[in-house]
Design a protein around this ligand. Structure first.
Ligand code: NAD
Length: 499
């Protein structure tokens, strides 16, 4: 079968998959239309075609969702942890059962190559399994006061109804990374997926329902009116938690709103990851790491390497080897099995990347490969490598969110670390060096929440994911992830052994 026929077949299958996705809002255990009957369209970014029409939640629908989450909270938070765990585990099994279907839905609405969608399904499902396992390990402490007169109990409790807002770039994983720890902790949720990619979340919720989700525990409100629909929920004192993944700009707006009710807030925001290659690095490994750290998800990841900071003595060789590979990347529909680079999410994304590349070129950067958008249907930008990038170029300051790999050089370790830290962001850094001492120094001195040492991808459900500086607050995944949905209570009682 040719690549074109396989692509056609995959697209036909994907359209069939969409018919299995619910098109309504999910509130209080029932699928329903929006209060005003309005709908919005979801597009395939590779073709621009409309692939679905969905209910568009209004502010009153959003308040119904909060009402339902609030009503369900007392009983869900008292549901035995083992039962909460088993719901998550059953959902994990259902996601694995339907992994082909979910991968196709992701590629259809978001554009990433199908094999990357499969990887997202594995990664995203893992949060359901991991937090199912964590649900039965929520523990407190017991101890004597130092004076010996009192017994001190430290217990942990579910916070209450939570609002979860997710971005479009990892439609499954960003949803499970929030829903799973919230439910494990005993919180109920209202989730608002990105309007560009709501289908995956709707399908996930259908699986939660199949797994036995009680009414009101998870409510979903896709909407194009994100500020209008979520504003009244955030202003309502029954909401006790907001967890947001998205841009720093929107995160700041939400934090301001959250401050009115002193809402517990988790913010997974933008990144501007440095990718350091030292003169002692294994270059083959560094090139391999660079390609995945940059081009995974078409460069549209908060963890995407944004600035390649390479020792002057290896920069030429590194650039040559990277560019050679990048020039061979095929651009096209994610359903074509030979494609490495799918479409960007929309027209605004293409225009933004184009602007950053033009800015770098106007400041003297050398274009090694790529450099322009592709004409015709869909929103494509060529995979691009730029060298000699001037330090004041916008693409070194801003999140590129596209398939563009800019290279700058350094001479000393101090200089490399200074360049790496010269950003308001601090999500992740990558470092390629054979030296243990240098690696240890970087762990201490890189101002980031995460570091990949001789690796280009590090996300794992068992690890705490999150950033410092303007990359956010809190951690998702790992033992830390469930803490975001729990509060700590201290109780003192007279000691039975009172002296
Ligand atoms: P975005 O900030 O535009 O939107 C994120 C979500 O917020 C969407 O659901 C959107 O509809 C919603 N939203 C937008 N304005 C809102 C408002 N006023 N009130 C309530 N909700 C609102 O981000 P995006 O373009 O969807 O995603 C890309 C960004 O997300 C990048 O900056 C990327 O780095 C970041 N991101 C971060 C992580 C992380 O874990 N740190 C992971 C993935 C993406």
């Amino acid at each position: 079968m040719t690549a074109a026929t396989m692509q056609q077949q995959a697209l036909a299958e994907a359209a069939d998959m969409v018919s299995s996705v619910p098109t309504g809002l999910f509130i209080d255990g029932a699928w329903r239309a929006a209060a005003d009957g309005q709908q919005f369209s979801v597009h395939d970014p590779a073709t621009g075609d409309v692939v679905a029409r969905l209910a568009n939640a209004t502010p009153s629908d959003a308040m119904d969702a909060l009402d339902a989450a609030d009503r369900a909270f007392p009983s869900w938070s008292r549901t035995p942890p083992r039962e909460r765990a088993e719901l998550l585990r059953r959902t994990f099994d259902l996601v694995m059962r339907d992994r082909e279907r979910i991968a196709r839905i992701i590629t259809l609405e978001m554009g990433k190559p199908l094999r990357e969608s499969h990887a997202e399904v594995s990664y995203g499902a893992e949060f359901l399994r991991w937090f199912g396992e964590e649900a039965v390990r929520i523990s407190g402490r017991f101890g004597s006061s130092p004076e010996g007169t009192g017994d001190m109990i430290v217990s942990r409790h579910a916070l209450g109804p939570a609002l979860l807002i997710t971005p479009w770039n990892f439609p499954l994983a960003m949803a499970t990374r929030k829903i799973a720890p919230a439910l494990a902790a005993g919180c109920t949720v209202v989730i608002k997926p990105a309007a560009l990619t709501p289908l995956t979340t709707l399908y996930l919720v259908k699986l939660l329902e199949e797994a036995g989700l009680p009414a009101g525990v998870v409510n979903v409100i896709p909407t194009t009116n994100s500020g209008g629909a979520t504003g009244p929920i955030i202003a309502d004192s029954r909401l006790r938690k907001i967890s947001f993944t998205g841009s720093t700009q929107v995160g700041r707006v939400l934090l301001e709103k959250a401050s009115a009710n002193i809402l517990r807030s988790s913010m997974e925001l933008g990144g501007n990851a440095p990718f350091l290659v030292f003169d002692d690095a294994d270059l083959s490994r560094a090139v391999e790491g660079a390609l995945v750290a940059k081009f995974r998800n078409i460069g549209q990841a908060c963890t995407a390497a944004n600035r390649f900071i390479v020792h002057a003595s290896v920069a030429q060789e590194f650039s040559r080897r990277v560019a050679e590979k990048v020039a061979q990347f095929k651009l096209g529909s994610g359903f074509d099995p030979d494609v490495a680079i799918g479409p960007l999410i929309d027209e605004a994304a293409v225009a933004g990347v184009d602007e950053l590349v033009q800015d770098a070129l106007s400041r003297g950067a050398t274009l090694v490969t790529g450099g322009k958008r592709r004409g015709g249907a869909g929103t494509f930008f060529e995979p691009t490598v730029l060298t000699d990038v001037a330090r004041d170029s916008r693409l070194l300051r801003e999140e590129i969110f596209g398939p563009v790999l800019p290279i700058v050089t350094f001479d000393t370790d101090d200089e490399a670390i200074a360049i790496a830290n010269d950003t308001e962001y601090g999500l992740v850094g990558y470092a390629f060096t054979a030296s243990i001492e240098r690696g240890q120094r970087l762990i201490n001195e890189l101002q980031t929440g995460m570091m990949g040492w001789n690796v280009g991808v590090l996300s794992n459900a068992a690890a705490p994911f999150g950033g410092v500086k303007m990359s956010g607050l809190g951690r998702e995944g790992g033992a830390e992830g469930i803490d975001e949905y729990l509060t700590t209570k201290y109780t003192l009682l007279p000691s039975v052994f009172r002296p």
